[in-house]
Design a protein around this ligand. Structure first.
Ligand SMILES: Cc1ncc(COP(=O)(O)O)c(C=O)c1O
Length: 443
């Protein structure tokens, strides 16, 4: 073997017997782990971190020799996105909390959230004392704009659209519904950093948007996130809420003079070390996304010849950051058989990763897997938000069955990560494994 990785390339004659039935697997080496930004990390990030440590100024607002890494990152990311304001925060979860606080969400309000998202989305709504209302998804695996209207009540304050698994939602149609009903639109771009629709970056369509830079995301500082908006007032409220409830003056000291910005803080500031890493990762983002997109579309093109594999509808392939390939099958049983057969062929990553898995195993991304949502648990004794009098009259439906299109897609879909470090040989193996499994199980 040339690189010691692949069994099938030893001879020209590939073994058609499935590995799950005792045949030779397509490959024996695990695929690279997902973590897109991590594969492109090198001395540049180390140098940036060293610069901050040497300055002994790790707090973003003042210090002995402040490098202004976070401030510069905010300006650079604002330029990259084409927005007026970027506020760096310590996580994507924090970003959602801060954004909803900036929007003034509270008891008596409903916020529409998709059936496929991440627990942090509903947590942010619940933590504000408001009611999350689930909306079904379509074949984009994001909110179905056609169901939105039926979810709107007199209590609806806004919509959180989540650009899932690397690719943008049908954001223009969703934006149109939000505008028509005068609802706020919050874009959660945690899983789609650098994505776009028609050349316009995700995060610039709604009133406010959130990003995550946690390690699984397209660029990373381990943990981190940001809130972005073109609305100065929202930015100032977000600023106050991300910190201690107040804005700061040019020396970084808290300023309590503005009665409108006398709020409460979430304690989500970002530090200079992570700011410095993000500046380097942002420069590499086009390269990171470019490599995933090349790999994914090469694999997708090959799968287009296999008609019983349904590919996710991509709103704009040029704006797909491509971190995941979702393939859907006629029924749950077929999907499970294909998944097991692919894994046996060696289409699996290291134990620290998850790929590839059935979507039903995708944890807290699926509404009915979120135990605290289904059970409507609460942190406080008043059972907020479920038993607050302000929320009486809202419907709370979260059990499996609430979103039938999502339920069906979840059980028929396989999630395969597309790492930013796939070699052509890795791609060949993935294609070969799909073809081999297709021939044996689906053809
Ligand atoms: C869609 C979505 N929103 C929010 C978050 C939360 O981000 P963080 O882990 O940085 O808090 C994640 C993280 O996985 C996510 O996938």
């Amino acid at each position: 073997m040339q690189d010691g990785k692949t069994a099938v390339h030893e001879g020209k004659e590939a073994n058609d017997q499935l590995a799950i039935d005792g045949g030779t697997p397509v490959r024996s080496e695990p695929l690279p782990l997902e973590f897109p930004g991590v594969h492109h990390m090198n001395d540049e990030e180390a140098t940036a971190v060293g610069r901050v440590v040497k300055s002994r100024s790790l707090f973003r607002y003042y210090g002995l020799d402040l490098q202004k890494e976070v401030e510069n990152f905010e300006a650079e990311f604002a330029k990259f996105l084409g927005v007026s304001h970027v506020l760096a925060v310590s996580s994507g979860t924090g970003a959602l909390q801060v954004a909803l606080s900036a929007l003034g969400v509270g008891p008596g309000q409903e916020v529409i959230v998709p059936a496929y998202m991440w627990v942090s989305v509903v947590a942010a709504v619940v933590n504000r004392g408001a009611i999350p209302v689930l909306a079904d998804i379509d074949d984009t695996f994001c909110i179905d704009p056609k169901v939105l209207e039926s979810k709107i009540t007199s209590r609806t304050a806004g919509i959180i659209v989540v650009h899932m698994s690397g690719a943008p939602a049908d954001i223009k149609a969703i934006q149109e519904v939000a505008r028509r009903h005068k609802l706020f639109l919050l874009e959660d771009c945690a899983q789609c950093v650098g994505g776009s629709v028609g050349g316009k970056k995700v995060g610039t369509f709604g009133d406010i948007a959130t990003f995550s830079f946690q390690m699984n995301k397209n660029m990373t500082s381990g943990d981190g996130g940001c809130v972005v908006t073109n609305d100065r007032k929202l930015y100032q409220r977000a600023f106050a809420c991300h910190d201690l409830g107040y804005v700061r003056d040019e020396k970084g000291r808290l300023n309590m003079s503005d009665p409108d910005l006398c709020l409460w803080g979430h304690g989500c500031r970002l530090d200079e070390i992570r700011g410095s890493v993000l500046r380097v990762q942002l420069k590499k983002l086009p390269q990171i996304v470019g490599s995933m997109r090349r790999s994914k579309y090469r694999i997708r093109k090959a799968l287009e010849a296999l008609p019983k594999i349904q590919l996710r509808r991509i709103v704009d392939p040029e704006g797909d950051t491509s971190s995941f390939l979702l393939t859907t099958y006629a029924d749950a049983n077929t999907a499970q058989r294909v998944n097991q057969a692919l894994r046996a062929e060696g289409i699996v990553t290291y134990p620290q990763g998850l790929s590839n898995i059935m979507m039903t195993e995708w944890g807290l991304h699926l509404y009915y897997n979120i135990a605290s949502l289904v059970k409507r648990t609460s942190i406080d004794v008043r059972h907020s938000p479920w038993k607050l009098s302000e929320n009486a009259g809202s419907t709370f439906q979260y059990e499996k069955g609430t979103c039938p299109a999502a339920d069906s897609l979840f059980e028929r879909t396989i999630v395969l990560a597309v790492p930013s470090a796939l070699t052509q040989r890795d791609e060949d193996d993935i294609i070969r494994a799909f073809e081999k499994v297709y021939k044996a199980i689906l053809a």
